[in-house]
Design a protein around this ligand. Sequence first.
Ligand SMILES: [Mn+2]
Length: 424
Amino acid sequence: MILNKAQIDAHNEKRLAQHKRAFDFVSGELPDAEAIIRKLVDFQVAIPSWALGSGGTRFGRFSGGGEPSTLEEKIEDIGLLHQLNRSSGAVSLHIPWDIPKDAQAIKNLATDFDLKFDAMNSNTFQDQKDQKLSYKFGSMQHVDKAVRQQAIDHNIEVIKYGEELGSNSLTVWLSDGSCFPGQLNFRNAFNNTLESLQAVYAALPEDWKVFVEYKAFEPNFYSTTVGDWGQSLLYASKLGDKAYTLVDLGHHLPNANIEQIVALLLNEKKLGGFHFNDSKYGDDDLTVGSIKPYQLFLIFKELVEGMDARGMNHATDLGWMIDASHNVKDPLEDLLQSVEAIMLAYAQALLVDSKVLSDAQLNNDVAGAQEILQSAYRTDLRSLVAEARLRSGAALQPLQLFREEKIRQQLIGKRGTNSIATGL
Ligand SMILES: [Mn+2]
């Protein structure tokens, strides 16, 4: 292992006095800091196996070196993140990029790092080498039944891999749609997709869930067959109790009110999971909280309120995952920042007094309601998040420790400058 406990302890020791001052100052002002810390300790975010290398755009790709080129190395990288923050305790795998050749060995390796397997992801948005039929004109929506069957078979194969690893959910994101008016019949595309999803649903093990992820546009630019939360909810409702909608923050049209979407999906018992990222324009896949941190807080406020209203377990009842791409940052540094942003928004949401907010709403106290939200959002809870890390055995400042120990340079030393990770 690149990082050992002694290094984390030494890092924390150096910063302990400063941390204590900040933590005592903030926690003294809060009604119940301990309750928030306990929830933060439990909360884990899954790291996508496809986001550990440099992402690219259609214009180019600039590798930073030391990328994980095998599934084993990807698990090691996620294990490293988890050692640093103790909040990245799960892996979300993408098939066929990350097919486990020896599932038991991969499972053992993940257990060594205290990692679990979150949702499995299928891929029918690309053609693979040796693939019989092409997905150029869609997969589950395709006019040719044989192409649809190929997509169904692939998803069932992904479930099989997931079962071997101990996962219990499948995320289906389809790029299916059309680029020009008239290219496809909307109703036929919907019905074909529904029928294909029903075949996959029928193959789900008893304790599994399927998440139907929607996206407004790209790679298709005229219509997308699972284009928004309404369409996803339609599929999930028609499929049955094990089917849910998955919200990816970057998959909406500009200015969509994502917090309202989340609130209603939770209300309908149909919110299954999350893909966190941030964006300025479209599906930018930027670091979580880097562009619209207040929106992230508002989303978490709805999540906390909605889950509490239904007595759900924050840590385990929804799938929490990051879906991001890193074009200019070190992918591991970016992921550390993303997890930190998620924990901070979650902590701030836990600070909102729902009873006081509800009273303000019942009295139509608009200004008062805004004060309640913004007062929680403007409370600096970074030391609370750090305290949760400290108590879990992680680093007070994960990004700093990553840099102090020159971890990227060590990875480049081990793997070279030209190793390439599969992914987006
Ligand atoms: Mn996604």
